[in-house]
Design a protein around this ligand. Structure first.
Ligand SMILES: C[S@@+](CC[C@H](N)C(=O)[O-])C[C@H]1O[C@@H](n2cnc3c(N)ncnc32)[C@H](O)[C@@H]1O
Length: 248
């Protein structure tokens, strides 16, 4: 997974198809506030910030100053740098910030892209202030049955099986001086209806969907369209984990 290429077209597809509408993230907004009480002006390191959906959310929700670190130029270009958001080229294994620069770190759908988790955990320990949380939002092996992609494209679970497990991430971070403090499964409303979710899917913007054979992709789409026709008012709700670790 560490070698996914995000070019201009993938980055544009990512923005269109993978950014969750802000109003669908209420449970995430509340859970983050609970585990990382961020006063206005606090600094949040958004590692693997992508197109900046969560960087802008952290700024708007909590008044945080966000340092968005992103290695792919095409993704970085779409992050709205400016008031409250500083955008930097970099990666988790070598963060372009001084020691103790941040009050919290956010890793959204990134841990499976990081080649060297142990080094990344040590870097985050260096970059964070004592007691600061790392908030990891990810799909984890064995815990992804309620992910919408897995529900309608069950073969995607095989891809997630190769992701770092909760135990592996916890162990890597423990070795660097972090303690696991929470693991919660949280809902997000990805689209107002299943039909809208189906219409917005972009296979190229999601490594799990891209990896599917064509017949599995077509079968999943048919499943999704059938469900949308049977339950037209059902919102497209997906679940993902929030893993929280605190720095010593
Ligand atoms: C699936 S996207 C997630 C983007 C964003 N965090 C979000 O939740 O929308 C994964 C991002 O991680 C970045 N990435 C890949 N390897 C990385 C690394 N070693 N360190 C930091 N970011 C990395 C990719 O360039 C990509 O933008």
């Amino acid at each position: 997974m560490a070698d996914t290429v995000y070019d201009a077209s993938t980055a544009a597809d990512y923005r269109a198809a993978r950014e969750i509408p802000r109003e669908g993230l209420t449970a995430w907004r509340e859970a983050i506030a609970e585990h990382a009480p961020l006063r206005p002006g606090a600094t949040v390191l958004d590692v693997g910030a992508g197109t900046g959906a969560f960087a802008t959310a952290f700024r708007d929700w909590y008044g945080a100053h966000v340092i968005a670190v992103e290695p792919a130029p095409a993704m970085r270009e779409l992050i709205p740098a400016g008031e409250g958001i500083t955008v930097l080229d970099g990666r988790a294994e070598r963060l372009p910030v001084p020691d103790a620069a941040a009050d919290a770190a956010w890793l959204g759908s990134v841990v499976h892209h990081i080649g060297d988790l142990a080094t990344a955990a040590r870097e985050l320990h260096r970059a964070l202030r004592p007691g600061a949380p790392v908030l990891i939002r990810n799909a984890f092996p064995g815990r992804c049955d309620r992910d919408l992609r897995v529900r309608y494209f069950p073969e995607t679970a095989a891809g997630i099986a190769d992701y770092p497990s909760v135990e592996r991430v916890t162990t890597a971070f423990a070795a660097a001086g972090f303690t696991r403090t929470a693991l919660r499964s949280l809902p997000q409303r990805s689209a107002p209806t299943l039909a809208a979710f189906a219409a917005g899917l972009r296979r190229d913007a999601d490594s799990k969907l891209r990896a599917l054979p064509d017949d599995a992709w077509q079968a999943g789409l048919a499943r999704l369209h059938r469900a949308a026709a049977e339950r037209p008012a059902e919102p497209a709700v997906s679940w993902m984990d929030l893993l929280v670790l605190h720095r010593s």
